[in-house]
Design a protein around this ligand. Structure first.
Ligand code: GSH
Length: 192
């Protein structure tokens, strides 16, 4: 059995929740109060951050992108990375470059001047990817989509992030809402 050290408001933790749900892996959660973190969390992750995944037997893994890849390798079905190595690499590249999206996102959250325009640029870049292929992961839904969607859902709910000017992105999000794991995450975001 897996235990996920988790926080509803955390989009990085959401990546792991969605991946676990998509693969049908049972797990328990331990909710961490991010404003008053227990000291023992630092034993599991020296950075003191969620998510952390722990497996019966003591294997402990922090870092959402690494956890997603671990789950993909441990539980290959249903596949959440493309079979083709080049397509896999491009999906990983988008995950690696997530900072290009999250930096302006958090700048908007902090109310920084000019941040909205930078976030619009980052959304336009995602839209351009999605004009060329249906999913960020490639021809099929997968880890790159899961890596980005938690921020889109939270942005819509918390500061009126508008993706309507980006038709490919809007169509992508509509598709994603059909997925069980994303529907469950939307419910989490609605309750924040
Ligand atoms: N690179 C980490 C980032 C995780 C992260 O930033 N988690 C936040 C909550 S969303 C956290 O635990 N923050 C506490 C802190 O920064 O001290 C990952 O991908 O898992």
């Amino acid at each position: 059995m897996f235990t996920l050290y988790d926080a509803d408001r955390c989009p990085y933790a959401a990546r792991v929740r969605i991946t676990l749900a998509e693969k049908g892996i049972p797990f328990e959660t331990v909710a961490i109060d991010l404003d008053d973190r227990p000291a023992w969390l630092y034993e599991k992750n020296p950075a003191g951050k969620v998510p952390v995944l722990e497996e019966d037997g003591g294997f402990v893994l922090p870092e959402s992108a690494v956890i997603m890849e671990y789950l993909e390798e441990r539980f290959p079905e249903p596949a959440l990375l493309p079979a083709d190595p080049a397509e896999r690499a491009l999906a990983r590249l988008l995950i690696e470059r997530h900072d290009g999206f999250s930096r302006p996102y958090y700048a908007v959250r902090r109310g920084e001047e000019g941040a909205r325009a930078r976030l619009t640029g980052a959304l336009a870049a995602l839209d351009a990817v999605l004009e060329a292929q249906p999913f960020l992961t490639g021809r099929e839904y997968g880890l790159a989509d899961i890596a980005y969607v938690p921020w889109i859902l939270r942005g819509q709910a918390s500061f009126g992030l508008d993706i309507e000017p980006f038709p490919a992105l809007a169509a992508w999000l509509e598709q994603l809402h059909q997925r069980l794991g994303i529907a469950a995450e939307s419910a989490v975001v609605a309750a924040l």
